[in-house]
Design a protein around this ligand. Structure first.
Ligand code: LLP
Length: 422
């Protein structure tokens, strides 16, 4: 359930007509619903109630400061993967003690900043990273709190580009080297082992792969403890999928995920950390866009939108499905058509949907691309010198622009002429 519903014949975000946002802010524009964002966080967090747990929103999914600040107020933590995301989480009011730092390529200056902030833990992905972190922490007279990310070699059964838990993937420490890596960590002066970490992929639509990975990790907790390591925390990553497509079976509910996690982890006596991103933000956002032209090709119709692949990359990158809905609620007698929805960018891959059934649309009509709150604005670029799309946050009957539209002049101002060309 999200808060993008038709009321009085027009699509609303909570109590704000999207047509009003289009008129006042222009299109394309990302629109987020505070109520949906907060509801999804609460449902997920409640699924782990009764356990010692910490829900860390994966900032990579949506890093707008107002989005993060909305979640921070509810007690949500953050999973960050760069110094930039760390700065955003802190600026949004997420306390360092609720921040975990993941990622395979942490830079010295990023680790320094995280040490200075006093984050909850580093999810370390390799032995060279362990050594680098130990040296930095020792130089400050500190011990960095570390969970080692283990690669459980489990197929997440999701899109290959967002599958991370197979031995062939770059992520985590090889399963077979786990004990050596922990012994190595133990020997380093700047490291305090606090736990273990796993993340097998994103947009998982079944519990089976999670269960298989978590069972492996639980086994490892026991054997690492037997070897004398203090494993007090178990970080299970993110990855629970969301419904994108109405006619596809819905992914498991957070309650089922939570019950499974409790089954696997309750007896371990660990703090349970999770890193959901898409589940919280995905269906809390839409990309609001206008039809520029409808064009009939040789054998198909094209609906050309003012949004393009640079604004929402997922369809071009992963063949991802996003629902498309008109702002004016189609009546029972509305005409239907089949069309490809495309953007203005000069690439054939700039296509949001192929052979999509829709109500009849004409130039000037407004539509939304649904489920665009996660991995939407954050993955946008200014390819084709198209300025980044603005972002709007709705809160009941109010809305605020949380990232203004920039104009082409501002985009050009980012470049500098080389002195010999000036
Ligand atoms: N934790 C780690 C270590 C991650 O790498 C990720 C996502 C998450 C948590 C959050 O996963 P989520 O709960 O959102 O599934 N751009 C792609 C998704 C990339 C996911 C990368 N890692 C897409 O648009 O589908």
């Amino acid at each position: 359930m999200d808060h993008f519903q038709y009321k009085k014949g027009g699509l609303h975000a909570e109590d704000v007509p999207l047509a009003r946002i289009a008129a006042e802010v222009g299109t394309p524009v990302y629109v987020y619903s505070t109520a949906t964002l907060c509801r999804h966080y609460q449902i997920f967090d409640e699924a782990l109630s009764g356990t010692d747990h910490l829900t860390c929103f994966a900032v990579k999914a949506n890093s707008n400061l107002s989005v993060l600040a909305s979640l921070a107020r509810l007690g949500c933590g953050a999973d960050v993967v760069s110094g930039g995301e760390l700065a955003r989480a802190l600026a949004a009011g997420i306390p360092a003690r609720r921040i975990v730092f993941s990622g395979v390529g942490k830079l010295p200056q990023e680790m320094d900043a995280a040490l200075d902030a006093g984050i909850h833990q580093f999810n370390v992905e390799s032995e060279p990273e362990l050594e680098a972190l130990s040296a930095l922490a020792s130089a400050k007279g500190m011990k960095a709190p570390v969970s080692l990310r283990i690669n459980p070699d489990i197929d997440a059964k999701t899109h290959a580009k967002i599958s991370t838990g197979r031995a062939e993937n770059k992520f985590g420490i090889a399963w077979s080297r786990a004990h050596e890596a922990y012994a190595h960590a133990q020997s380093l002066p700047g490291i305090a082992i606090v736990g273990i970490d796993v993340h097998i992929g994103s947009q998982l639509t079944e519990l089976g792969p999670f269960r298989a990975a978590f069972d492996r990790v639980a086994e490892l907790v026991a054997s690492l403890r037997a070897a004398g390591h203090g494993i007090e925390r178990i970080d299970l990553g993110g990855g629970l999928g969301i419904p994108y497509q109405p006619d596809q079976p819905a992914p498991p509910l957070p309650s089922a995920y939570g019950a499974m996690v409790k089954e696997v982890a309750s007896d371990l006596g660990c703090q349970i950390i999770t890193e959901p991103g898409r589940l919280i933000a995905g269906n809390a956002g839409v990309l609001l866009t206008q039809v520029i032209y409808v064009k009939d090709g040789e054998d198909r119709r094209f609906v050309i939108l003012d949004a393009a692949m640079n604004d929402l990359l997922r369809p071009a990158m992963y063949d991802a499905y996003h629902g498309i809905a008109p702002l004016i609620e189609p009546g029972p007698d509305a005409g239907r058509m089949t069309a490809d929805f495309v953007g203005p960018v000069c690439e054939t891959g700039d296509r949001f949907a192929k052979d999509r059934q829709t109500t009849t649309l004409a130039a000037g009509d407004l539509v939304v691309l649904r489920s665009a709150g996660a991995y939407g604005a954050v993955m946008a670029s200014s390819y084709n010198t198209r300025p980044l799309v603005p972002e709007v946050l709705v809160h009941g009957a109010d809305y605020a622009i949380i990232r203004p539209r920039i104009d082409v002049a501002a985009l050009l101002a980012q470049d500098q002429l080389a002195p010999w060309l000036a």
